[in-house]
Write a protein that binds this ligand. Structure first.
Ligand SMILES: Nc1ncnc2c1ncn2[C@@H]1O[C@H](COP(=O)(O)OP(=O)(O)OP(=O)(O)O)[C@@H](O)[C@H]1O
Length: 297
């Protein structure tokens, strides 16, 4: 079931160029979805529209059945977000910051604040001023703030930007824990392909405001559909591959199987046709290969 429905979004910042061109996708309950694209592809514009901060020229975003554009308060009541750089009052402690920022929206629950600070591993430092916090700790405090109203869903805009490898790993484990233990649904905007590969179930790839792909992160696909063949009988092999309904990329020689056939069946057909098979192995494209192939970067 879709928790967030992005429907036919169109946005034109400048007269001569569409920043978003009829973009639709779903964020399904309990999944981590990566939003990928080069600089200027439109990722932040989508998040801005989803958070009701940017008005689309066409389309809408529906969260839990409520349109952000028509019923903003109900729609946004279901999500928490880390959007752009987190701002804290540096002369206040982490705890005081949470209290002040929550009071602005007229809501404060001390027990819940303790719970989320523990969850993000900040309970020991909650009494320290945020000016003493590392960048990673500030991001975790921002996450605590986003989690306080107990949202069903989190929107994370480049959350590990500027973190060191240890901070990235810590943040990644935290996000995976939120999904595993609390069933949180998460939309992750990132340009870090490795991060999306390690965290996300599915991804949406944008290019110049258009959706190029929505589906399973390619390296996580369970069914193996691409194989690599090494043979001295390339011509004979091509004929068997074609007859079986598979396709072979002329540049990489990678063989893509149609849905009705599995790898060992095609291998058997090759051997039966007298093709000398020197090597036959599954090929899992990395997200980087897939992304670069799709965006032509
Ligand atoms: N407030 C704005 N005013 C004018 N143009 C904007 C504004 N925000 C974004 N744009 C333009 O819209 C297009 C999409 O920008 P957007 O920031 O959504 O892309 P992005 O994928 O998030 O890029 P990045 O990875 O660099 O953050 C770009 O051409 C950008 O220049």
């Amino acid at each position: 079931m879709a928790l967030i429905e992005v429907r036919n979004l169109t946005k034109r910042w400048r007269a001569d160029r569409l920043a978003l061109d009829d973009v639709s996708f779903d964020l399904r309950q309990g999944e981590i979805l990566g939003l990928l694209g080069h600089n200027g592809a439109g990722k932040s514009t989508i998040l801005g529209i989803t958070l009701g901060m940017v008005r689309p020229d066409g389309g809408q975003v529906v969260i839990g059945g409520h349109s952000v554009q028509d019923d903003r308060a109900r729609a946004l009541g279901q999500i928490g977000a880390i959007y752009e750089a987190a701002h804290f009052y540096d002369y206040l402690t982490g705890w005081q910051n949470l209290r002040v920022l929550c009071s602005l929206s007229g809501w404060w629950d001390e027990a819940e604040a303790k719970r989320v600070l523990k969850l993000v591993n900040l309970e020991q430092r909650a009494g320290h001023k945020t000016k003493t916090y590392s960048h990673g700790m500030r991001q975790r405090l921002a996450l605590a703030q986003a989690l306080l109203p107990r949202p069903k869903c989190l929107l994370l805009d480049e959350p590990t930007d500027g973190l060191d490898p240890e901070g990235i790993r810590e943040f990644r484990e935290l996000v995976l824990k939120l999904r595993a233990e609390f069933g949180m649904t998460i939309l992750l905007n990132s340009h870090l392909l490795a991060e999306v590969e390690q965290m996300c179930d599915r991804c949406v790839i944008l290019k110049q405001g258009k959706k190029m792909y929505e589906g399973i992160v390619p390296s996580q696909q369970k069914k193996q559909t691409v194989f690599q063949l090494q043979t001295r009988d390339a011509t004979k092999a091509r004929e068997v591959i074609r007859t079986a309904g598979a396709t072979q990329d002329p540049t990489t020689n990678l063989i893509e199987l149609p849905s009705h056939i599995v790898g060992h069946e095609l291998l058997q057909q090759l051997v039966q046709a007298g093709v000398r098979v020197d090597a036959w192995q599954p090929h899992k494209p990395t997200l980087e290969e897939f992304y670069l192939g799709l965006t032509g970067a």
